[in-house]
Design a binder for this molecule. Structure first.
Ligand code: G6P
Length: 604
């Protein structure tokens, strides 16, 4: 899961290529590089390890290029060293690659026999040599590309340039996202739309087994038989400012604050006076969903935590049984499917490899229906699923997911209401609870200055515990994940009742314990679990609307607003997001681009 950007233009593009690549940095930031062609037909290359900004000093080396490819890397095969940084070169050919070439070792042996010398430890380098090998035989770049990818096993999005053809940019795709965007006197390839938005809103998606040849004036799409394809050009409504910081210090902070408007927008789009609007999951879906008896949720990371909340909501309000599995497990498990089971996969990006292969498996297994809940319209997941629900939360740039999580929760709450409503009254009650979100959410944001203060108590910690019960257990998981991801403090989440079965052994006066305690039928039980912590002098941080006395300095109470139980998960995650944000700020980590992670994990 890396970022690819390429331009062919009538103008000089070095700065544009660099600035566009920065928009893709969330996809990987172990190292980056640019290769370009100047009018003198010379391949020029710059590379750096670490963040993309490190490339800036070297930009003058490629000052005159008008065709180029750029890459930001999240290391899979080979350490994040300069020699493993893309673009990879083979004589007149330079390539960038996203994905994994599973049979690269066999190809490498073959090419070594043909006297090709390898400089990197990557799987990607074989692509450069393979194209070079085939091009030298036929002197036709399109045929060379087709011949080369025929041999590749695995997933790839490839960008390639050839110094024999100085104004041409080539691309191929199979199982890894790549778009082709159309500008004025220049055209682009990119992993997603964000780098081109300043120049154009027009793009098409390169499908599996498809290729592209771009020049400044023209885009040609062709297939494995070198047959031209006519593809629909899409005009996105996204604007460049949606992928900029808009006055916030970090995308994560901006995205935490965007949640209110997104939820409000979803509310007005899908919720009527006292009931949901009809068929919000697509034509006829009210009828389809009313017959569902079981649901299998599958997702990864934050999206998996959203599925756990949905499982709880649905099982609380209906007789439907639900399972929630992480996609990397689902793929390899024996799955028992009862009649009338719905498969639901949840993904912000729609490109997570494990989730995609789970959906493919689900389709083979013959579920009644498959539903993808996704934030990216033109993604692999939305193309594969027969039912699709788009969250429309706008691009999420911060690697740590925030607004996608609450939008997923809102989408899943809609689904929960649809599959659970038994009477008009029951729907009316759930809808009225849901509608309180907009009003109450403001008081949660007002907690930021208090949260900022308590964040200093986490700064020097190595470990934390997060506790929840019922609907707040997934929130404890997600809160702990946020803290781990961006502050690098180890955080484990437990059902509060599980504390005494092990984790209590960790508690002493230095151990921070974060607890989500809405004032509901479970509150008493959670309070007695907290008493076990306090008896061992653990430091507790309790997010609650329950009136509880602050017995001593070891107890911090963060006063949450009263709210219906149904919307607790959506409201309680926001202070947890703010807490991890402020702890990360204090620890001076790279909030939006935490080490070793990437936004979109397109490898299994
Ligand atoms: C990566 C991201 C997480 C995300 C997970 C699933 O690990 O860093 O933030 O939750 O992938 O991504 P998806 O796009 O499928 O929701």
């Amino acid at each position: 899961m890396c970022g690819i950007y390429g331009i062919t233009s009538k103008k000089i593009i070095s700065n544009k290529l660099f600035n566009g690549l920065k928009k893709l940095e969330y996809r990987g930031y172990d190292s980056s590089g640019i290769a370009g062609l100047s009018q003198g037909n010379k391949n020029l290359v710059i590379k750096s390890t670490g963040p993309i900004n490190h490339l800036k000093k070297k930009l003058k080396t490629i000052a005159n290029i008008s065709t180029g490819i750029a890459h930001t890397r999240w290391a899979t095969h080979g350490e994040p060293l300069l020699k493993n940084t893309h673009p990879h070169n083979s004589g007149i050919i330079d390539i960038v690659h996203n994905g994994i070439i599973e049979n690269y070792e066999d190809i490498k042996l073959y090419l070594i026999k043909k006297k090709y010398a390898f400089k990197s430890d990557t799987d990607s380098e074989v692509i450069a040599h393979l194209i070079n090998y085939n091009y030298n035989k036929c002197k036709d770049m399109r045929s060379a590309l087709i011949k080369s990818v025929k041999i590749l096993e695995g997933s790839y999005a490839i960008g390639a340039i050839n110094s024999d053809l100085p104004d041409k940019l080539f691309a191929a795709s199979n199982g890894s996202p790549l778009i082709i965007a159309k500008g004025t006197n220049e055209n682009y390839i990119a992993s997603d739309i964000s780098p081109v938005l300043k120049d154009t809103q027009k793009y098409l998606t390169l499908g599996d087994g498809e290729f592209a040849e771009l020049s400044p004036e023209k885009v040609i799409i062709f297939d494995k038989k070198n047959k031209y394809l006519i593809k629909k050009v899409i005009t996105t409504s996204l604007k460049d400012r949606q992928v900029s910081l808009a006055g916030h210090k970090h995308f994560m902070h901006k995205e935490i604050y965007e949640q209110k408007a997104i939820l409000n927008e979803m509310m007005s789009r899908y919720v009527g006076q006292a009931s949901l609007l009809p068929n919000i999951f697509g034509p006829n879906t009210d009828r389809i969903l009313s017959k569902i008896k079981h649901i299998h949720f599958v997702a990864c990371g934050t999206s998996y935590h959203a599925s756990l909340v949905a499982k709880d909501w649905i099982e609380q309000h209906s007789t439907i049984t639900c399972t929630a599995e992480v996609a990397s497990e689902y793929k390899y498990k024996k799955i028992n499917i009862l009649p009338d089971t719905l498969f639901v996969c949840i993904s912000q990006s729609g490109e997570t490899a494990d989730t995609i292969s789970s959906l493919k498996k689900a389709k083979r297994l013959g579920y009644k229906d498959t539903l993808a809940i996704c934030n990216v319209a033109e993604s692999t997941l939305t193309r594969l699923s027969n039912l699709v629900f788009l969250m429309n939360a706008g691009p999420e740039i911060s690697v740590a997911s925030t607004k996608a999580f609450t939008s997923q929760l809102f989408s899943l709450l809609l689904l929960s209401i649809i599959v659970s409503r038994s009477t008009e009254e029951s729907e009316k009650k759930m809808v009225s609870d849901m509608k309180q979100l907009d009003k109450i959410i403001n008081s949660v944001y007002k907690l930021e200055s208090e949260i900022k203060k308590i964040s200093s108590k986490f700064k020097n910690k190595d470990h934390t515990l997060f506790l929840g019960k019922g609907g707040t257990y997934p929130i404890a998981l997600e809160g702990a994940l946020k803290l781990k991801e961006i502050s690098y403090i180890h955080a484990s989440a437990y059902h509060s009742g599980e504390l005494k079965h092990g984790p209590l052994a960790l508690v002493d006066k230095k151990m921070p314990v974060v607890c989500f305690l809405p004032d509901n039928h479970l509150a008493k039980l959670v309070l007695s679990n907290l008493a076990e912590v306090e008896a061992r002098q653990g430091q507790t941080f309790i997010f609650t609307n329950k009136k509880i006395p602050r017995k001593n300095k070891q107890v911090e109470i963060i006063k949450m607003p009263d709210c219906p139980d149904l919307i607790v998960p959506i409201l309680y995650i926001i202070p947890a997001q703010l807490l991890s944000y402020h702890v990360a700020l204090k620890k001076k980590t790279d909030v939006d681009k935490p080490r070793n992670l990437a936004k979109s994990v397109t490898v299994e």
